[in-house]
Design a protein around this ligand. Structure first.
Ligand code: LMR
Length: 329
């Protein structure tokens, strides 16, 4: 009797210590919506590799690409519910959690990815990683994808008037909605996993994305023209459940943090290269025409999208916009 009592007490102590002694490694899930052959896909795989190397037998990372586990509509709730531990939504998809991150969607805010990178590393950029803590989400890192291009199922795509009245798929972002309204087009919010079919069946006429996303999803096969607008950015914030993260044993959190830092460096090193590679592949495939734009053409797009800034200046904050603009120098 005394023996059984001691056993029960020991079992209870173990259970309360939160240490999975007999159950094997802690399984953590990383879910995302893109293909593996993209910057984010490669970053997630690197995270798994390094985390399992640094924490052998303690942590197992399962990566689920291509919206296999959760798509855009469900992944944030899934993190908050503890059904998945890491996701990396594009910065366009956080506006239900903080208005500040809408900054990144302002059209023609950043000259290039180097400027985006400088801003993300600045104190105001780093502060945004903590801006959703009160909503239960902890930002751990920024990952790059690249600058966005505009594509349609029309032959001509040079000036803003060429998209008047066209239907565009957009990410779930009010800023992007305003951007297409400013162009006289009809935006439709849609999960990433549904875009190919929507383009193929003509539910929408066009979309905006990076070269790597367009190539890996075969969008170029169902679009006629891709204009090199570079009018915005698709980058990511890797987020986790703030409570879960804070409650991890210190050695596990430190190992996961180091794995995240290495994965970040890896993904960000690769991003440009993968987008350039996929731009060439789209060119070689010869299905969609790549439309270069003159300085005057780009200026016309910039002018047409200008009203968006005024509309969101209050929500985002003038100080943050100014800090972002400084990173262009
Ligand atoms: C999109 O929905 O177009 C992108 O955010 C997908 C992604 O994660 O790159």
């Amino acid at each position: 009797m005394r023996f059984i009592g001691a056993m029960l007490a020991a079992a209870a102590a173990l259970a309360f210590s939160g240490v999975a002694v007999a159950q094997g490694p802690l399984v953590v899930k990383f879910s995302h919506v893109v293909a593996e052959a993209t910057p984010k896909g490669q970053g997630a795989l690197k995270f798994k590799e390094v985390a399992e190397k640094l924490l052998p037998g303690k942590v197992q990372v399962q990566v689920f690409p291509n919206s296999q586990l959760f798509g855009d509509a469900k992944e944030m709730e899934a993190v908050l519910l503890g059904d998945v531990q890491f996701i990396a939504p594009s910065l366009s998809k956080f506006d239900r959690y903080t208005k500040k991150i809408q900054l990144f969607d302002l059209p023609f805010l950043f000259d290039d990815i180097a400027a985006v990178d400088r801003f993300q590393h600045s104190p105001p950029g780093q502060a945004l990683l903590d801006s959703m803590k009160n909503r239960g989400l902890q930002g751990l890192a920024y990952w790059h994808n690249g600058m966005k291009e505009l594509a349609t199922n029309r032959d001509r795509l040079i000036r803003p008037e060429d998209v008047k009245g066209l239907k565009f798929r957009i990410q779930a972002s009010d800023v992007l909605e305003a951007q297409f309204r400013a162009l006289g087009a009809n935006p439709q919010k849609m999960a990433f996993a549904e875009v190919y079919q929507a383009l193929q069946t003509g539910v929408v006429d066009g979309q905006e994305n990076t070269w790597s996303n367009m190539y890996s999803q075969k969008f170029h096969e169902v679009q006629k023209t891709i204009a090199v607008t570079n009018h915005g950015v698709i980058d990511y914030m890797v987020v986790t459940n703030a409570k879960w993260w804070d409650g991890l044993p210190a050695d596990i959190r430190a190992g996961l943090k180091q794995a995240m830092d290495e994965a970040t460096a890896h993904a960000n090193r690769l991003a440009n290269e993968l987008n350039e590679r996929d731009r060439k592949r789209i060119e070689e495939a010869g299905k969609a025409k790549i439309q270069p734009l003159s300085k005057e053409d780009v200026a016309a797009w910039r002018k047409a999208m200008e009203p968006v800034w005024k509309k969101f200046e209050g929500d985002v904050g003038k100080d943050l916009i100014e800090a972002a603009l400084k990173s262009n120098q």
